[in-house]
Design a protein around this ligand. Structure first.
Ligand code: BES
Ligand code: ZN
Ligand code: ZN
Length: 504
């Protein structure tokens, strides 16, 4: 567990195991050199010798003595000021990730950090503190609850002392509060993803949503499998048909006190395990499909965070949740299913199941909430992961205004998006000769991420809508100091920022 507090800028007044300064490229702050030199006299020479110039991703640690106690000094590089503000802020996040790793390595229980310069990072002190705290919490997350050997546990309890002049403390206090809410929400989404599918079943995830709603006074509507069938949600019922687990359909509602506020629906794919069904997946890496509910996790966790942070918009989080398994009762290639909005689809491949459950969720959202904006998030296609890799999620839409809002939220929050072409030319890929549409794209059109998006488009009517494919970004992202092997919680930071900044 990490805790955070503020202190004045005299970092050495703090009793800590680790003292840290953030350093822009070729301009190590003078006060850091001055303070650190008092604990380690040849500091300037050592920095030169080790060729530390503040490059992005670089760090320098030095053992020293303070008040007769062994301490560690650490300099972390922020990179060049010539980079965009977005990149500079991201470098700050990564530097923060490496600080947390050092805290874990040296088992520090107190770490004092000189706050970096907010102007240099293109943000105000509130935003800087929020980003720093959220990132530190993300970096401190470990899925180690099943590791019984204490020597193999990585989680470190540490108090992080953020040092800056007193006139910044009010902004920092709010930043700490927001950062902790965001960090908690991201890590909670990651934990749900990392939990094995026999533990995090559809009913259990729905129970988490119900608990959150109860604690935070959100309205919750939860349909069980019998109700899902009765309501005509053939996609969700179909995907769940082969599983011994019951499916759930969950809608959480946050209402702002602002009059005439817009209504935004977020909907997330919640496949607690995707074996592929009868169109079964190959064995290698099938275990990763316990994360196929990353979209739903992001949506439910976001709802909890905004219940505290109170954006001035109405927000509905809708998650269809099921397990995709083969069995004698499973849907089969060739089956035709009817969705909540009455449209039909031929199921040519039972592994293209995310779009089937989202079809019902989107139809439900449009019918019941008539939203001003509709955003869905899903680990939808291997094709998107292949195209963009682990660092950017695919964004598909024909609504430029909404794309622009999400792009800004993406740049501010660090959850990066890349827009894919979404031209009608791809539409014909999902024609079917026996139903309204087919659940896989015709081979000649390739572009599986985009054709999946066009499948979903059938269920949103005229609603301003964006589809996010997070198949590549939701788990096992390499080289990022604030992630670990396992889930990333992608989408939570994005959505919170998007909702907090939404203007009609
Ligand atoms: N959950 C998968 C997509 C996925 C793949 C997510 C890899 C994360 C990593 C999805 O349900 C799926 O299986 N999609 C198929 C669709 C195909 C059958 C048209 C795919 O991408 O192969
Ligand atoms: Zn699948
Ligand atoms: Zn899937």
């Amino acid at each position: 567990m990490l805790t955070f507090k503020r202190a004045d800028q005299h970092i050495l007044n703090q009793d800590a195991d680790l003292y840290v300064g953030y350093c822009p490229l070729n301009s190590i702050p003078e006060y850091i050199i001055r303070d650190f030199s008092t604990l380690y006299v040849p500091l300037a020479d050592y920095i030169k010798k080790r060729n530390f110039i503040g490059a992005a991703g670089s760090q320098l640690t030095i053992a020293a003595v303070h008040k007769q106690k062994p301490v560690m000094l650490m300099l972390v590089g922020l990179g060049s000021e010539k980079k965009t503000a977005t990149d500079r802020l991201e470098n700050m996040r990564r530097a923060t990730g490496s600080i947390i790793r050092t805290i874990e390595q040296i088992k520090a229980t107190k770490a004092a950090l000189c706050m970096p310069e907010h102007h240099w990072l293109g943000v105000n002190e509130f935003e800087l503190t929020k980003e720093l705290v959220a990132t530190a919490m993300m970096a401190g997350y470990h899925f180690d609850q099943f590791i019984t050997d204490p020597a193999h546990k990585l989680t470190q309890n540490c108090e992080i002392i953020l040092c800056a002049p007193a006139l910044l403390h009010d902004q920092m206090a709010v930043g700490i509060e927001f950062g902790q809410r965001i960090g908690h929400a991201v890590n909670q989404a990651r934990q749900w993803c990392d939990l094995p599918a026999d533990i995090l079943t559809p009913t259990i995830l729905a129970d988490h949503a119900a608990r959150i709603a109860k604690v935070h006074n959100l309205k919750a509507t939860i349909y069980d499998e019998a109700t899902v069938k009765k309501m005509g949600m053939g996609g969700l019922a179909g995907v769940s048909a082969g599983s011994a687990q019951e499916c759930r359909f969950v809608a959480l509602e946050y209402k702002t006190e602002h009059k005439d506020a817009p209504t935004i629906v977020l909907t997330g794919k919640g496949v607690t395990f995707d074996s592929g069904g009868i169109s079964i997946k190959p064995a290698s890496r099938m275990d990763e499909m316990k994360d196929d509910m990353a979209g739903a996790a992001a949506v439910i966790s976001t709802m909890e965070a905004i219940a505290h942070l109170k954006p001035g918009v109405n927000v509905i989080g809708i998650t269809p949740i099921a397990e995709n398994m083969p069995s004698g009762t499973a849907i089969k290639p060739g089956d035709i299913i009817t969705f909540y909005n009455g449209k039909t689809a031929e199921v040519k491949n039972t592994d293209a199941e995310g779009r089937l459950i989202l079809a019902d969720a989107l139809s439900y959202a449009v019918k019941h909430y008539k939203p001003d904006a509709l955003v869905n998030i899903a680990t939808l296609t291997g094709s998107c992961a292949a195209a963009l890799g682990p660092f950017f999620a695919g964004m598909m839409s024909t609504h430029d205004d909404l794309v622009e809002k999400l792009t800004h939220a993406s740049q501010r929050s660090g959850d990066r998006l890349w827009r894919l072409p979404f031209h009608d030319d791809y539409k014909k890929a999902i024609r079917s000769s026996v139903a309204d549409i087919c659940n896989i794209g015709n081979e000649t059109y390739r572009a599986g991420a985009i054709t999946a998006g066009f499948f979903l488009q059938n269920f949103v009517e005229e609603t301003p809508w964006v589809h996010l494919d997070v198949a590549g970004t939701s788990f096992n992202v390499p080289d990022m100091s604030y992630y670990r092997p396992g889930a990333t919680g992608f989408g939570v930071r994005l959505f919170i920022d998007f909702l907090m900044h939404f203007e009609k």
